[in-house]
Ligand binder design. Structure first.
Ligand SMILES: Cc1cc2nc3c(=O)[nH]c(=O)nc-3n(C[C@H](O)[C@H](O)[C@H](O)COP(=O)(O)OP(=O)(O)OC[C@H]3O[C@@H](n4cnc5c(N)ncnc54)[C@H](O)[C@@H]3O)c2cc1C
Length: 380
């Protein structure tokens, strides 16, 4: 007999782990399936947290090298120990991901280690890294499988010289020349880190402004600050190819004019796309929108009763999503899915821990492997 849960969540990123802990606190028998070796998803392992740790360390490096002297604070020659800096970043990540593990244990959330797949509404298969499998049953399933970096067609990421944000968080030396493709917040954040540590950083953006999804005035002000700190921008410019050159890589650019740009490392940061590969969504006919995101209503319910989706795998704003034309059993845009799928209910009465709120988890919240063919989701 498969184990039976009230709620099973697939993916333990900020969407999934928060949902899991909250559901358990509300008295629901809860499990969370995660295939990564540590909990916390993209954000804690290869996203927000390591990126912010390096931003903080690189800021201190710049401060020690330049800003302190202005205050009359003399320091000796400032040097960089990149290994120590990376070690600190890894420690921050480990502390936080273990913290989530602790919270799972404390709140009695079962971590089902492996890759989850929905085999039928209310039924999931979990395949461990050693290939062993098991099935579990759930009254409600929450898809929280996040997103992965969007690839540039024809450009292979080796995570050493042509890197995604994941590789850019773990370079083993400061590149002399770093080119960032994409002026979203991820490219700018990581570009800033390496510029502060000594790289000559050029940001290429196909649009005529940076941080495309943010307020225009904010983008202009941010570009001014970043230019002052040393980043170069080539806006309205498209990367049409990257090839090996004698002294590194050569990027072919198409903008106001055709030109080439030499680089030692190229960071591809053109956005993130929802990760739904191998989830079995087709077999249960969960509707996706044109960007490959799971379509949900205001209560995060999909078109299939008992299946919900949160975080990067769903739309930024549930209302903005429209079902993809080729998916079957789509919900009419006028008929909200919630009319079929009631919100997940906790058994009453439930002891709510002191200080916690009763609001439902609405965390906005990557993936075990491989890529999908879905369309890119622009970086915020
Ligand atoms: C460099 C960088 C910096 C960022 N900085 C910020 C920031 O400052 N602020 C911010 O708000 N956001 C930031 N983000 C974005 C943020 O990381 C994501 O929005 C957030 O992690 C999404 O959370 P999620 O729970 O939806 O998915 P994720 O965090 O992507 O977690 C999904 C989890 O599901 C697991 N999974 C996927 N498929 C399966 C499966 N079939 N079975 C089992 N497990 C599966 C994955 O292994 C992963 O652990 C940043 C991202 C990056 C890359």
């Amino acid at each position: 007999m498969p184990d039976r849960y009230d709620v099973v969540i697939i993916g333990a990123g900020p969407g999934g782990y928060v949902a899991a802990i909250r559901a358990a606190q509300l008295g629901l028998k809860t499990a969370c399936i995660e295939c990564r070796a540590s909990l916390g998803g993209t954000c804690l392992n290869i996203g927000c947290i390591p990126s912010k740790a390096l931003l903080q360390s690189s800021e201190k490096f710049v401060e020690a090298g330049h800003a302190l002297a202005e205050h009359g604070v003399k320091v000796g020659e400032v040097g960089l120990d990149l290994g120590v800096m990376m070690g600190r970043k890894d420690k921050v990540v480990t502390t936080l991901t273990r913290g989530v593990e602790f919270l799972f244990r404390k709140n009695k959330v079962d971590w089902l280690k492996g890759k989850g797949r929905i085999v039928a509404p209310g039924r999931l298969a979990v395949t461990g890294s050693d290939g062993t499998g098991r099935e579990v049953e759930a009254t409600s399933i929450i898809i929280s499988t996040g997103s992965e970096s969007t690839r540039l067609p024809g450009i292979d990421i080796d995570e050493k010289r042509i890197v995604s944000s994941t590789g850019a968080l773990s370079l083993d030396r400061v590149p002399e020349r770093l080119t960032v493709i994409g002026a979203g917040y991820i490219g700018l954040e990581l570009g800033s880190v390496w510029q502060r540590l000594g790289a000559k950083v050029t940001v290429i953006e196909v649009l005529d402004h940076i941080v495309p999804n943010m307020d225009g005035e904010l983008g202009t002000a941010l570009q001014r600050v970043l230019t002052r700190s040393g980043l170069d921008f080539k806006l309205g410019t498209k990367v049409v190819g990257i090839r090996e050159a004698n002294d590194g890589l050569s990027l072919e650019l198409d903008g106001a004019e055709r030109q080439t740009l030499a680089a030692d490392v190229v960071l591809v940061a053109i956005g993130r796309r929802p990760y739904t590969e191998g989830l079995g969504l087709e077999s249960v006919s969960v509707a996706l929108d044109q960007q490959g995101r799971v379509v949900v209503d205001d209560g995060f319910a999909t078109n299939v009763p008992g299946i919900y989706a949160i975080g990067d795998v769903g739309p930024r704003s549930p209302r903005s999503a429209r079902p993809r034309r080729n998916s079957t059993r789509q919900r009419s845009p006028t008929a909200p899915a919630s009319s079929r799928s009631p919100p997940i209910r906790a058994p009453a009465p439930t002891a709510i821990p002191k200080g916690s709120s009763r609001s439902s988890p609405r965390a906005r919240p990557t993936a075990c492997s491989a890529s999908t063919s879905s369309a890119p989701m622009p970086e915020p």
